[in-house]
Design a protein around this ligand. Structure first.
Ligand SMILES: Cc1ncc(COP(=O)(O)O)c(C=O)c1O
Length: 435
């Protein structure tokens, strides 16, 4: 079964990656349409795997928005590399469940190793504890829980441009939340941090969601140090760019942070989900999360290595395998090339917008995201976004900056070429001209 069906599944995957650029990037379906095509109940008797593959093509594929498409430029464009796709198959084959070190020694220890390797690649201090969570939302939630435990305080502070996961964490924990204003480049204003005496945690962002702006981490770290406040750095997207020495300026001061999150599933060629969380205060996480019922008790030396004691989940899957695969198959050089290529393409697109009458750039561009708009007001730009996305040729998203609606193009796919970008620019100008 595995050999014959596996061949077909692999063939399907290889074919898909070859032709994904010809499919409409944004799913062209209405809400409920896919559900309506599916039976209301599971089959009584098992069906062959080929039936699943057939329905993947015929029923589900029209309802897929193609994140692996070379003209996917919305939110943060991401790529799952071929090697990492294969390692997901291997991880599922092993089906390791790391509830304790002894249930998954290789998974547990490889996780430590790849987090150390990645810390070195990104210029993070050596010797920090690192482990993998499913998402940056969970990583940030976990560190805020640890910060509350360590400080006994109940306030979370971040910039008005911070990701909504920070406010959501505070909300879920019943903690107070305060947003600090930003400067003209959408960076947290350190002089507006205010009194941190009540603050359990400040979350600084390196690469904000809207514009990829970089908060002044070193200044924020000083303020946190004075106030005894936990500093968490959210580098979910831009952290990957630190593999290139020329972008390390954005991590200045990060060595003084208490914790840092970088999503390998964003700009590091690793398939969803793989969020990397480091802390220099692992004991604070362990104190917040360690709860070992009798049935999970093993000798102390083993307990110390159970990563489930450092975060919310008990059962942890073998995510380290795909990251290890990426690091080995691409290396420092491959990751640097991927980042540099994305930034180069974004810079090219930015130059086209800058040179075109009737279009404007709306934010500085530190990395691979360009914020821009066409003359004509918020509704006009909103309508343009809907039109270009409905074309199926490209998919971009938007942000609201200083009260204005702007379009947002994020480069991050391995397969995106200059031709894809040129076509994208042509679609935007064509649709704008026809409005
Ligand atoms: C800066 C930043 N932080 C956190 C997140 C949340 O990431 P996740 O989907 O892994 O929870 C995002 C999502 O795009 C983000 O841009």
């Amino acid at each position: 079964m595995l050999r014959s069906d596996g061949e077909k599944a692999l063939e399907w995957a290889a074919n898909y990656l070859q032709r994904v650029g010809d499919l409409p990037v944004l799913a062209q379906v209405r809400p409920g349409e896919i559900r309506a095509r599916l039976p209301a109940t599971a089959p009584e008797e098992g069906e062959p795997f080929s039936a699943v593959l057939r329905d993947l093509d015929q029923v589900l594929l029209p309802g897929v928005t193609h994140w692996q498409h070379p003209r996917y430029f919305a939110y943060f464009a991401i790529s799952a590399s071929e090697e990492a796709i294969l390692s997901e198959l291997l991880a599922a084959t092993l089906n390791s469940v790391a509830i304790l070190w002894r249930t998954a020694p290789a998974s547990t220890e490889l996780e430590g190793v790849v987090l150390d390797w990645t810390a070195e690649l990104l210029g993070l201090p050596s010797g920090w504890h690192g482990h993998i969570e499913d998402s940056a939302s969970t990583s940030t939630l976990a560190t805020i829980i640890a910060a509350r435990e360590a400080t006994g305080r109940d306030l979370v502070v971040c910039s008005e441009q911070a990701h909504s996961s920070v406010q959501k964490a505070a909300l879920m924990l019943g903690m107070r939340w305060r947003a600090v204003p930003c400067d003209e480049a959408f960076r947290l204003r350190a002089d507006a941090l205010g009194d941190l005496g009540d603050a359990a945690a400040v979350v600084a962002t390196v690469g904000t969601t809207a514009t990829t702006s970089v908060d002044p981490v070193a200044q924020i770290a000083d303020a946190c140090e004075r106030a005894g406040t936990w500093l968490h750095v959210d580098a979910a997207y831009a952290g990957a760019a630190m593999v290139c020495p020329e972008h390390r300026w954005a991590f200045a001061g990060v060595e003084c942070a208490d914790s840092v999150v970088v999503n390998a599933h964003k700009w590091m060629l690793t398939p969803m989900d793989c969020s990397l969380l480091w802390t220099r205060r692992p004991e604070a996480l362990r104190s917040a999360f360690s709860l070992i019922p009798e049935y999970l008790r093993t000798p102390d030396a083993e307990d110390a290595l159970s990563l489930s004691e450092y975060g919310p989940a008990l059962g942890r899957r073998f995510r380290a395998l795909k990251l290890w695969t990426v690091l080995r198959c691409h290396g420092r050089r491959g990751l640097q090339e991927h980042i540099r290529r994305g930034i180069e393409l974004a810079s090219l697109f930015e130059s086209w917008v800058a040179a075109e009458a009737g279009w404007e750039l709306c934010a500085p561009r530190p990395f691979s995201v360009v914020c821009f708009r066409v003359d004509g007001g918020d509704d006009h730009n909103r309508m343009l976004l809907e039109r270009v996305n409905a074309s199926g040729e490209i998919f971009i998203s938007h942000a609201v900056l200083a009260g204005r609606y702007v379009l947002r193009l994020a480069v991050g796919q391995m397969s995106t070429t200059e031709d894809d970008l040129r076509r994208t620019w042509n679609v935007l100008r064509r649709e704008a001209a026809s409005m």
